[in-house]
Design a protein around this ligand. Structure first.
Ligand code: PEP
Ligand code: MG
Length: 894
């Protein structure tokens, strides 16, 4: 294979091989934009290296060949003493991993070529020695593994000796001395000299970038972002351009639109006389990009022109890194930029209105995870106005959301407190990749420095976490674990604060939250055409309508009260896919169930059932009414009976205590006997579902009667009830046959009694591997299947759904056995295969078999795509996730 591509050879669709950065540098090169020349070493070379521990043997010659081409283009050789070509070696994986991997600048400098660089820059000795010390510092840290603080301390010491605050106060002589100190640090720490051979520098840097793929931070980030661990990174070798050649030079980042609102305009930060990562790292304070117009109008105008070219070409928001070297603009990177959930919806519809994309494409560019984020509640402005919390500062709105928690100032406390169930806000002056664990643990992140492109902002947006950054009025003292706000307000570790990532406001105390406008819209309380509705609501409305028009999958809700049913319907549910009747046996009614279980005689049992019947009927009437005209799948009682009885230990103690007192409670004794009789070692695999219906006479019959009578009553009242009766936990068709026969008998009875013929469907859940594998037989007896993927996952993996997530899933996730819990995202290979088999064989036996899913996976964005693929008719999920499922079902269809 070919391991090295010149920028002129690649394009933006080659991200797998060239990484995001390499593919987009190639694309820009071919668009004729000013990109410094260079080449990309493929991710495949990295994969060979990671697998075998050595670079592929052909790599060296290929690099040599491309380096020669580069040298010819530039008219100078790498590290040539009198006129050196310098290069940067930059990581660039398929998915962006901000700040996670390594980059080394100024490769090619050594004791000779530093003089050549000075000559090249018109005798700027200071610049040349500063560049050289930066090389040793970056190379020492990332390639040779010298702790970064050693260099930072030396730099601080040099500034102290000089009596200056900023590195701008150091001169050529100071940097020259610093180079000596740095070399000494390298020698001391590694037992070898800083390598003088430019090619050796380059080769070692390339290897270090490969290695950084498996750095701890990078691994953690990938787990968080669900990026596969086996992709590897590409390496870009790029001719250096310098933003630190004086005040007519600089470096910056820009967005073609506001990444938090989507609005068009000039968004970015610029830093004069600075190199490379200074901006992202937030080391010195940047100026807003608009100010570049005053500093260097020519470069500014060209930058805006290029931004327009890029937006039209990528047909999307792009983010950009650029450098100006003595008035000449260079593009160092672009990519389709990360954005907030709200911006994603707004930008997608804006681009439709600009004629750049169509509605199908707009639909593809948003997703259910983003929609779910937009449904989070926000802070209640009125409560703030009423003085419930005190506004203490305002920073930059970096990542939206409303977060409340206790102030913590370091990652360890953040992790520790959050593990013990506390909500925390991580407060730092600025964050760096070492804070990642703390950021994950926190509800929100607050920094006092850095802009929209600072590390905190970029990473928080990526994680969908609330973030306010650059709140400069705050004085953060990490050592004393406190911050001070204007007016002498002190916030200590543990004090509750609230941060609003949508407005940038910081409050002392807890601000109450109110529902999001997107939820208000779904609830029907906010009309998108109203003046009060903002652009976001209009964008969501348009995209949801398009999703609804495109999707094949129907979306139902899991609901078991009239209120939930009504809400689900407002959210767009087209019926109920799972009404869990066990929720109707709790509270007051528990005593009837207890009597049913304890019944010794037929008469006692009949009595208990007779007491439950009217209550059940009333439940169903309310639900049929709320879902009038739409299908309602009612599942007959599923959980083990002991769940309705008192706890064995508690009851035993009560009886024992009574006995010790010489008292005797007959009822308690009978109860205890029953609890003992029903006690199961493994109730999830025990007497539940259809087994219960077969063992407890009259129970299912009572429920079916309640359904039939409720439907008849609704019909009499002019309603249109559509009942579907669902039998849980079936493993063999014989189980279903018995229950179905009984149910049909009851339906016929009620029809005779009421004079109303009901066409209720009778079907089953598929929750056991045996049910899936004998689906052909079961379908002979079932009018529909609903996949209960919670139990199907439990029984396929043999994972107890109530225990494993707490017990050992974190280890499994860490070891990469799966990237997400299979209870969250459907396991396509195992559980999914059973679903495929059941769907195919079920439909073969009964072509009009209705297929749905009602486990948690029905509302999981990724899983919805799978259910679309295997041809289910509908998914069913909790009411709040109905819009998410509608959106994803639409996306799956375009
Ligand atoms: C299931 O098992 O997926 C299901 C929907 O039923 P429950 O969660 O009530 O067991
Ligand atoms: Mg189940």
């Amino acid at each position: 294979p070919k391991y090295v591509y010149d920028f002129t050879e690649g394009n933006k669709d080659m991200k797998d091989l060239l990484g995001g950065k390499g593919a987009n540098l190639a694309e820009m090169t071919n668009l004729g934009l000013p990109v410094p020349p260079g080449f990309t070493i493929t991710t495949e070379a990295c994969r060979v290296y990671l697998a075998s521990g050595a670079e592929p043997p052909e790599l060296r010659d290929e690099v040599t060949e491309h380096l020669e081409t580069l040298e010819k283009k530039m008219g100078k050789r790498l590290g040539q003493p009198d006129n050196p070509l310098l290069v940067s070696v930059r990581s660039g994986a398929k998915f962006s991993m901000p700040g996670m991997m390594d980059t080394v600048l100024n490769i090619g400098l050594n004791d000779q070529s530093v003089h050549g660089l000075a000559a090249q820059s018109g005798g700027d000795e200071r610049f040349a020695w500063d560049s050289y010390r930066r090389l040793i510092q970056m190379f020492g840290k990332t390639v040779l593994g010298v702790p970064g603080e050693r260099f930072e301390e030396a730099l601080e010491e040099a500034k102290r000796v000089k009596g200056t605050e900023s590195d701008l106060g150091l001169d050529a002589q100071d940097f020259r001395k610093l180079v000596d100190t740095y070399k000494h640090i390298v020698r001391e720490h590694t037992g070898r000299e800083f390598p003088q051979d430019p090619r050796e520098q380059m080769d070692l840097a390339i290897r270090a970038v490969f290695d950084s793929w498996n750095g701890e931070r990078a691994r953690l980030y990938r787990r968080q972002e669900r990026i596969p661990h086996d992709l590897g990174t590409a390496v870009n070798v790029v001719a250096m351009v310098f933003g630190n050649m004086g005040m007519d030079s600089g470096t910056g980042v820009a967005f073609t639109r506001d990444p938090s609102s989507g609005r068009q305009g000039v968004y970015g930060d610029y830093l004069q006389n600075a190199q490379g990562e200074d901006v992202v790292a937030g080391i010195r304070n940047t100026v807003p990009l608009q100010e570049l117009e005053k500093i260097d109008k020519k470069s500014y105008d060209e930058l805006l022109r290029i931004m327009e070219v890029l937006e039209n070409h990528y047909r999307d928001l792009c983010d950009i890194e650029f450098t100006i070297e003595r008035g000449k603009l260079w593009m160092l990177q672009t990519r389709v930029g990360k954005r907030t959930a709200a911006a994603a919806f707004c930008i997608a519809t804006q681009l439709v209105d600009q004629g750049l994309i169509d509605m199908d494409e707009a639909l593809k560019r948003v997703n259910g995870v983003q929609l779910a984020q937009l449904m989070f509640p926000r802070f209640d402005e009125n409560a703030v106005a009423a003085g419930k919390a005190k506004r203490i500062a305002r920073g930059i709105a970096a990542s939206p959301g409303a977060a409340v928690g206790k102030a913590v100032f370091d990652q360890d406390t953040a992790v520790k407190w959050s593990q013990s169930g506390e909500k925390v806000i991580l407060i730092r002056r600025e964050t760096n990749p070492d804070d990642l664990n703390g950021m994950i643990a926190a509800e929100g992140i607050l920094t006092s420095r850095g802009g929209k492109t600072s590390h905190a902002a970029v990473v928080a947006r990526g994680m969908g976490k609330t973030c306010v950054c650059g709140a400069e009025e705050l004085d953060v003292d990490v050592k004393l674990r406190r911050m001070t706000a204007p007016g002498g307000i002190v916030v200590e570790e543990g004090d509750v604060i609230s941060i609003d990532g949508t407005t940038g406001q910081v409050y002392l105390g807890e601000v109450p939250v109110v529902p999001s406008p997107v939820v208000e819209y779904f609830e029907g309380r906010l009309d998108p055409q109203d003046a009060g509705a903002d652009e976001l609501v209009r964008a969501v409305d348009r995209i949801m309508k398009h999703a609804d028009a495109k999707r094949r999958l129907r979306v139902r809700a899991n609901a078991d009260t009239p209120e939930d049913s009504a809400r689900a319907r407002r959210f767009g549910a087209e019926g109920i896919g799972l009404c869990r009747t066990e929720h109707m046996f709790l509270g007051e009614r528990r005593k009837h169930v207890e009597r049913l279980i304890l019944a010794d005689t037929e008469a006692e049992r009949e009595e208990a059932l007779a007491a439950l019947l009217p209550l059940q009927r009333q439940d169903f009437i309310g639900i049929f009414e709320a879902m009038d005209g739409l299908p309602v799948t009612i599942r007959l009682l599923d959980p083990p009976l002991h769940e309705f009885l008192p706890d064995l230990t508690e009851l035993s103690v009560r009886v024992a205590v009574a006995e010790a007192r010489g008292e005797k409670n007959e009822d308690d004794l009978r109860l205890l006997q029953a609890v003992r009789r029903l006690h199961e070692q493994n109730p999830m695999l025990g007497l539940r579902g259809v087994r219960l219906g077969l063992v407890v006479p009259g129970l299912f019959i009572m429920q079916v009667r309640a359904i039939a009578e409720a439907a008849a009553e609704r019909r009499k009242a002019g309603g249109d009830p559509r009942a579907e009766i669902m039998i849980p936990l079936v493993g063999a068709v014989q189980e279903l046959e018995i229950i179905r026969e009984e149910s049909e008998r009851v339906l016929a009875e009620v029809a005779r009694e009421t004079g109303i013929e009901l066409d209720a469907l009778i079907g089953t859940m598929i929750e056991l591997p045996r049910a899936a594998l004998t689906a052909g037989q079961i379908a002979e007896c079932a009018q529909f299947f609903s996949f209960g993927t919670n139990d199907l996952t439990q029984t396929t993996w043999g994972f107890s759904r109530d225990d494993v997530e707490a017990a050992f899933f974190s280890t499994y996730l860490e070891k990469g056995i799966f990237g997400v819990s299979p209870f969250e995202a459907l396991d396509r290979d195992g559980v999914g295969r059973l679903i495929r088999i059941a769907a195919e064989e079920g439909r073969a036996a009964r072509p009009d078999l209705k297929l749905g899913v009602c486990g948690e996976h029905g509302g999981d964005p990724e899983s919805v795509h799978f259910f679309h693929e295997v041809g289910l008719d509908y998914v069913s999920c909790s009411p709040f996730r109905v819009p998410v499922a509608r959106l994803e079902a639409g996306r799956a269809a375009v």
